[in-house]
Design a protein around this ligand. Structure first.
Ligand SMILES: NC(=O)c1ccc[n+]([C@@H]2O[C@H](COP(=O)([O-])OP(=O)(O)OC[C@H]3O[C@@H](n4cnc5c(N)ncnc54)[C@H](O)[C@@H]3O)[C@@H](O)[C@H]2O)c1
Length: 339
């Protein structure tokens, strides 16, 4: 049994470098078609993978028999592409952020539910073995009760007139939407806890484009404790620490080099209250292969995927709250219960 995948946005940074390649290698998955906006980019990919290629997502989904659609187009068209797939009864695995705001993502979740198909969200960092080990240790009590966490994720992103990420209407926000949402999801994933309130600031310290080049968010965990997320479009990737740290009542845990863009690996360090230190290192695993494998096996088992549409909706509501807080200077509640 396997899942036949059609890829929307196969010629993009993520679609080409990571996910299409991941689908080709993944157990239980078969690539059956690719789409990209431009013929000169898409045709060579179709030939490389030996599958039909298309420039229109609608055309691809009308002509190709598939079970699931990977959406790797920019977020301003995720809702449109999700509806195209869901209305044809195809399962949807969509890149983060799922949409431009919470109401778009609500529509995505609802259209998938109405059409009885699964919706998955591409938070690939959950599939780095370092982060999976961190979750196992923290939820197993290795550092006691979680008190706080800190996660940084950023890069340098100078102005580029062709970059959809630098246009508010196309991206929905800047470094927080692009990288900070990975960091927030990762903190919730490794701690097994959920954020339900936020205070944030956004700035354009270096680059004056229409989205923020830096954001700091203080998020509260439901049941107590907090996390600080800092994210940048204006500090060089090579020197940023881009790390994760969790502080508990009887130990701390941190990662080194585990948020490195699209590659995987890094080191995990756990220090107990008696100062005893343990270190873990893992071989690079392909996070993108693992995430599509996990989605495909959930679909085949008729189960909710490990990173589903509600995870994407919660993340988007946190983003909405972050921008509202930055605008109003107020703390904004994000109750998960109302999802
Ligand atoms: N999880 C990750 O590690 C990760 C990494 C990079 C990007 N992303 C996400 O993936 C998405 C795409 O980012 P990217 O950097 O690959 O973008 P990109 O601009 O490099 O590629 C976009 C792809 O979508 C196609 N496309 C663009 N507009 C389209 C439209 N209107 N209709 C159909 N196809 C269209 C393009 O031809 C291209 O194939 C974004 O939502 C981004 O946040 C996730």
């Amino acid at each position: 049994m396997f899942i036949r995948w059609a890829v929307i946005g196969s010629t993009g940074m993520i679609g080409k470098k990571a996910v299409t390649d991941g689908i080709m290698k993944a157990n239980g998955c078969k690539l059956v078609a690719v789409q990209g906006l431009f013929e000169h980019e898409t045709a060579p990919l179709g030939e490389k993978w030996g599958v039909p290629w298309f420039t229109s997502p609608e055309d691809m989904l009308d002509k190709v028999d598939c079970d699931a659609v990977y959406i790797g187009s920019p977020q301003n068209v995720h809702l449109e592409h999700c509806k195209l797939a869901a209305k044809r009864g195809k399962h949807v695995f969509c890149e983060k952020p799922l949409g431009l705001n919470g109401s778009e993502v609500r529509e995505m979740v609802d259209v998938c539910k109405e059409n009885r198909i699964r919706l998955g969200t591409g938070f690939n960092l959950r599939f780095n073995s370092i982060h999976q080990k961190a979750r196992e240790l923290i939820t197993g009590g290795a550092i006691g009760k979680v008190v706080s966490a800190r996660c940084q994720y950023g890069q340098n992103y100078p102005p580029d007139p062709k970059a959809f990420r630098q246009v508010l209407e196309n991206a929905g926000g800047g470094s927080m939407v692009d990288m900070g949402n990975h960091a927030m999801d990762l903190v919730e994933f490794v701690t097994g806890k959920c954020f339900n309130g936020v205070m944030a600031v956004t700035h354009n310290v270096i680059y004056k484009y229409g989205v923020e080049d830096s954001c700091g968010a203080l998020l509260e965990f439901k049941g107590g404790g907090f996390a600080y997320i800092d994210t940048y479009y204006c500090v060089p990737l090579g020197i940023l620490r881009n790390d994760l740290e969790v502080n508990g009542s009887s130990g701390i845990l941190y990662t080194v080099d585990s948020l490195r863009g699209m590659t995987t690996g890094g080191k995990l360090v756990v220090i107990a209250a008696d100062n005893k230190k343990q270190e873990y290192e893992f071989d690079g695993v392909d996070m993108y292969r693992k995430e599509v494998e996990a989605f495909a096996s959930a679909v085949l088992a008729e189960k909710e995927p490990p990173c589903g549409g509600l995870d994407g909706l919660h993340s988007q509501r946190l983003l909405d709250a972050i921008y509202k807080s930055a605008k109003t200077g107020m703390k904004v509640e994000v109750p998960y219960e109302n999802i």
